[in-house]
Structures are given as C-alpha cells and as structure tokens.
Design a protein around this ligand. Structure first.
Ligand code: FE2
Ligand code: FE2
Length: 265
C-alpha cells in the first residue's frame, strides 16, 4: 500500500501570494501534479492540515479544485490556519467522511491494509494544537475497536518536541495518558503530522513520529533557544509511506521540482 502525505498548502486565492510573495497556490498545484504523476500511483493521499491560510471559503474552493486532479481518495484534517466549520462546509461534498456530528473532524478509514486514524488537533483561535479529554476518549475507543492491523495516525500538530523551540511552543498539548495509549498499541506504525514545514523523524511513545515537509515554504532549521520562527526557500517536498507485509512501513521524503531525469550509472 502506498500512502502519499502532502501538508500545509496555506492556500490563498490563485494569484494571491502569502507572506513575502510565496505563491502557495502554484506550489500546491505542483505538489499535487507530482503526486498524480507517481508510478505506481498511491492508493490514497493524506492532507495533514493548514489547507487554507486564512480559513476563507474561497481558499477551500481552490483546494477542492486542486484536489480534484487526484484520482485516488484524499483524507483531510484541519490545522491551525483552518476554520473547522468552513472547511467542513466547503469540502464535505468531496470528503463525505468530514460529516460528523460531534464537532471534531476526526475519523477512521478501514478500506485499506493499513488502518488510518485521523485526529483533529485544531483549537479555534490558537496556533498550538490540543488533544483534549474528549478527543482522547474518541481515539481510545477507535483503537480499542481495531483488529490489530498496522495503523497510521495522522494529525496536524506533532504531539512531541523537536528541539526547534519556537515550533515546540505550538506543538500538540496532550495528557500523559495519550502517550501511554500510543505506547500500548504497538500496531501504530507511525504518528505523522504537518505544522513544522520540514521533515523531522523521532522515536516517540514506542512508535516513529514523522513530520512532513510543506508543499510551499519550509521553516528554517534553527536549534538555538529563543530564536523566532523564520521561513526559508528550501525545496518543497511530500512524503510517501510505503507498506507491505514484508517490510512494514517505509517512509520516503520526495522533493518537488524538476531535478532532471534519472540516469543510468
Ligand atoms: Fe503550516
Ligand atoms: Fe500549522
């Protein structure tokens, strides 16, 4: 099974740039075209939040149009730049699994050899994320329903620190019981997230924590304490998580852009 993970579109309207001239719409289109042209084709795509930079309906309409270029199912979750209700209203036709009545945009996908558990870490008005007691209870119940199949958990904010202080200040707040829950479920192959806009791997709670790069701007690597968040024009990228019974899950980071053809040695 092949799972592509694209993250942090930060979409504005076509032609409207973010920050100092970053054309997030054009860069997202390039990312989506890169995923669409993969051979073999991924079985599904995870979009790990920060879809619309300002949560406007027009940005979600732009996202819907871009995502329609992908022939495979796309599973989306909100990030801190998203507005949960607007996102649900604008995307629910294309993403019916978003139609839930408990408020949060979390769900389980049972259609594949790898079970996909989507968690909603968004907190309205806040940059940081949270798994509150209610969301943790929902997660515990879904894990308890599992049949032991390999499981990939995806969420926007990482629930673990990375050493990039300014971003760690906005990680996902969780209770210790959330970490213990992950530890108790060894079928969880990965906890994959977005939010930090650069590829980061970490052993956490007995599993592998993975943060996907952004498809547009990246955040600068700065491990000095007290430094503010800055962005940098490093190559955008997406992740490809490949699972087979023989290898388990193997995660690749794929730069987006034209780096020339592959050549024989
Ligand atoms: Fe982001
Ligand atoms: Fe974010």
């Amino acid at each position: 099974m092949l799972i592509a993970q694209i993250s942090d579109f930060h979409l504005r309207l076509p032609g409207e740039t973010a920050y100092a001239g970053i054309d997030t719409h054009a860069m997202t289109r390039r990312a989506i075209d890169a995923v669409a042209s993969l051979d073999p084709s991924p079985d599904c795509v995870l979009l790990t939040g920060d879809i619309a930079d300002g949560g406007r309906p027009e940005s979600y309409a732009a996202a819907r149009a871009l995502l329609s270029r992908l022939p495979m199912p796309v599973f989306v979750i909100p990030g801190n730049h998203d507005k949960r209700e607007v996102m649900r209203d604008c995307l629910a036709d294309a993403c019916p699994y978003l139609r839930r009545d408990d408020g949060f945009l979390h769900y389980v996908v049972e259609d594949f050899p790898v079970r996909l558990v989507a968690l909603d870490t968004a907190v309205p008005g806040a940059v940081g994320g949270e798994i509150c007691a209610e969301r943790e209870m929902w997660f515990a119940a879904r894990l308890a329903e599992g049949d032991g199949r390999p499981t990939l958990v995806f969420m926007h904010h990482p629930p673990f620190a990375t050493g990039i202080g300014a971003m760690d200040g906005t990680m996902c707040r969780t209770a210790g019981s959330f970490q213990r829950l992950v530890e108790e479920h060894s079928e969880i192959e990965r906890v994959v997230t977005g939010h930090h806009h650069r590829p980061i791997f970490r052993r956490w709670a007995g599993t592998i924590g993975f943060i996907a790069p952004g498809v547009a701007h990246q955040l600068a690597l700065d491990l000095r304490p007290g430094e503010p968040v800055r962005y940098v024009h490093e190559p955008p990228a997406f992740a490809l998580h490949a699972w087979s019974p023989e290898t388990g899950m193997v995660s690749h980071v794929v730069p987006i852009g034209d780096y020339g053809p592959s050549r024989d040695f």
